[in-house]
Design a protein around this ligand. Structure first.
Ligand code: PDD
Length: 285
């Protein structure tokens, strides 16, 4: 089945889908995006992702490209036309196409693009069973990391630093030596007392939808956790480390910089939380 993209009202072959060279996303990174996971042909946390999309748009004063119901219909159609059982859908909204000029253009409709991609559940499971490694990098991003902007250059540089070091992810460290989040994931630790810890939401991190759903599941199950910032030393000396995102779910980390975490295998609490999140996804799908 060949891939299909949605571009400003049209379904186009993915290989030929394109936008205008003066799309403000292309010239100014003036846009926002969402990545929604699909499991067993169902979207996980669709409402949470759409709420965050509306919020990102409102914060940047970009008009919504369409109302929620038609948007959901297009999302379903993209999933259907691409025959996605397990994978992701990517949505991007920019401030539209206009002659290059920094201020917001007048009378310019926002541009909406969607693509979809299959992901292998088996591969994800094998990765989780082994665990992944992480490096730390300085957080050089702007003061509105709560907005899911397509302006991702620091995140791209951070992820490349991870790749250059044979790692899966880079955790970013703020000027006070505290961990903010990964380049495309939220960061968590389990301290030596077995307490699960992640940073509270603020303008310094993205309010991850996976993070929020895992927190809800922990509350339901009465698993204790703490919302607080933690230092890079706490990260290095943690009993367990894991990360969350729509594409990684709950993923154990077994090495951070040169520090082996625990015995170098995924920690039991991380694996239990992965299982809890998996049950949540299965119930939703
Ligand atoms: N990234 N932090 C950052 C900086 C992110 O870009 C993401 C998501 C997350 C996790 O958020 P969520 O649980 O809602 O996926 C945290 C997506 C997957 C991406 O850029 O591909």
């Amino acid at each position: 089945m060949s891939r299909i993209a949605y571009v400003n009202g049209q379904y186009q072959p993915h290989s030929h889908a394109n936008v205008h060279i003066e799309d403000r996303g292309y010239q100014f990174a003036d846009g926002v995006y969402e990545v929604v996971t699909i499991v067993n042909s169902k979207m996980i946390d669709e409402e949470g992702h759409l709420q965050r999309l509306w919020r990102s748009l409102a914060e940047l004063r970009i008009d919504a490209p369409m109302k929620a119901e038609p948007l959901k219909m297009v999302m379903r159609e993209v999933v259907r036309r691409n025959g996605i059982v397990n994978g992701i859908i990517y949505l991007q909204v920019t401030r539209g196409v206009a002659p290059r000029d920094h201020p917001f253009p007048k009378n310019t409709p926002p541009a909406l693009v969607m693509t979809a991609k299959r992901l292998s559940m088996d591969k994800a499971e094998k990765t989780a069973e082994k665990g992944v490694s992480v490096v730390t990098v300085p957080d050089i991003r702007w003061a509105r990391c709560d907005i899911k902007s397509v302006s991702l250059l620091p995140n791209v540089l951070a992820k490349q630093a991870a790749k250059d070091n044979g790692a899966y992810e880079a955790f970013q460290i703020d000027a006070d030596g505290m961990v903010t989040e990964g380049s495309s994931t939220n960061a968590w630790i389990v301290d030596q007392n077995g307490k699960v810890i992640t940073r509270p939401t603020s303008n310094e991190i993205l309010a991850g939808i996976t993070r929020a759903s895992l927190i809800r599941e922990l509350e339901k199950k009465g698993v204790e956790f703490e919302l607080r910032s933690f230092t890079v030393e706490e990260l290095h000396n943690a009993r367990e480390v894991f990360l969350t995102s729509s594409t990684s779910y709950v993923l154990p980390v077994v090495k951070v910089d040169e520090h082996v975490i625990g015995n170098g295998n995924p920690g039991s609490i991380s694996m239990t939380l992965r299982e809890i999140y998996r049950e949540f996804m299965n119930a939703a799908s």
